[in-house]
Design a binder for this molecule. Structure first.
Ligand code: HEM
Length: 120
């Protein structure tokens, strides 16, 4: 097992931990019927983002050929999720929470990104 391959696997693991934190914290709020974003979702998103960037850089950590089309779309989706989380948390602080549709969109887009990663 060569060193770079193991390093890549570790970064993928961190990337997955970010996804798990984001989707897990979202699921907790859904089950509690609170339908608002939380700071933990942001933390998971940030972790997935950082590890995703490391995996996408052209320095040999990538899984053979990098699919930049897929990576680009995942990045756009991630930015949209980040915006939705940001709007949701700031509006909640101001006492005018966003409608639940915002919240459902965060979960759907998170699943979409995982689906793009696994199925495409
Ligand atoms: C909410 C955001 C994201 C989620 C839920 C997500 C989810 C995942 C999952 C589940 C995998 C594992 C796929 C596998 O091993 O078969 C993966 C791999 C990967 N992700 Fe993400 N990801 C997200 C954001 C990003 C971003 C922003 C980037 C790049 C800037 C990125 C780049 C990658 C790369 C390069 C891989 C390695 C495997 C591959 O080429 O598909 N991800 N992602």
């Amino acid at each position: 097992m060569d060193f770079l391959e193991t390093l890549r696997d570790i970064v993928v693991l961190v990337h997955l931990a970010g996804f798990a934190i984001l989707f897990g914290s979202w699921a907790v709020e859904a089950a509690a019927k609170r339908y608002q974003a939380t700071p933990l979702m942001n933390a998971g998103l940030g972790l997935a983002f950082l590890a995703g960037l490391v995996l996408s850089a052209p320095w040999g950590l990538g899984d053979g050929e990098l699919n930049y089309m897929k990576i680009g779309i995942k990045l756009v989706v991630l930015v949209i999720i980040g915006a939705l989380i940001g709007i949701s948390t700031s509006r909640a602080k101001k006492g005018s929470p966003v409608p639940p549709a915002f919240f459902w969109l965060i979960g759907a887009l998170t699943l979409l990104n995982a689906g793009l990663a696994v199925i495409w």
